[in-house]
Unconditional design. Sequence first.
Length: 73
Amino acid sequence: MTYGLGIGVFSFLGWLLNGILDEIKAANFHQNADVYALFNYAWVGLFVAYLVFGGWWVVRKYNEEEYVGGGRL
């Protein structure tokens, strides 16, 4: 549940930031597209890192002994 909520938060923030970026580009306020590309790469990198490490956390969390089927094999 926590992992899914985190994905939802990332998606919502991405949607908001994408809308803000589109407004800045439409207003022709930006001077250098490289900065926006860098921020876009950083945002996607954060999301991918969350998916990978968050997925790893979820698997480890459900392998704990307090859950049915968890514990040592």
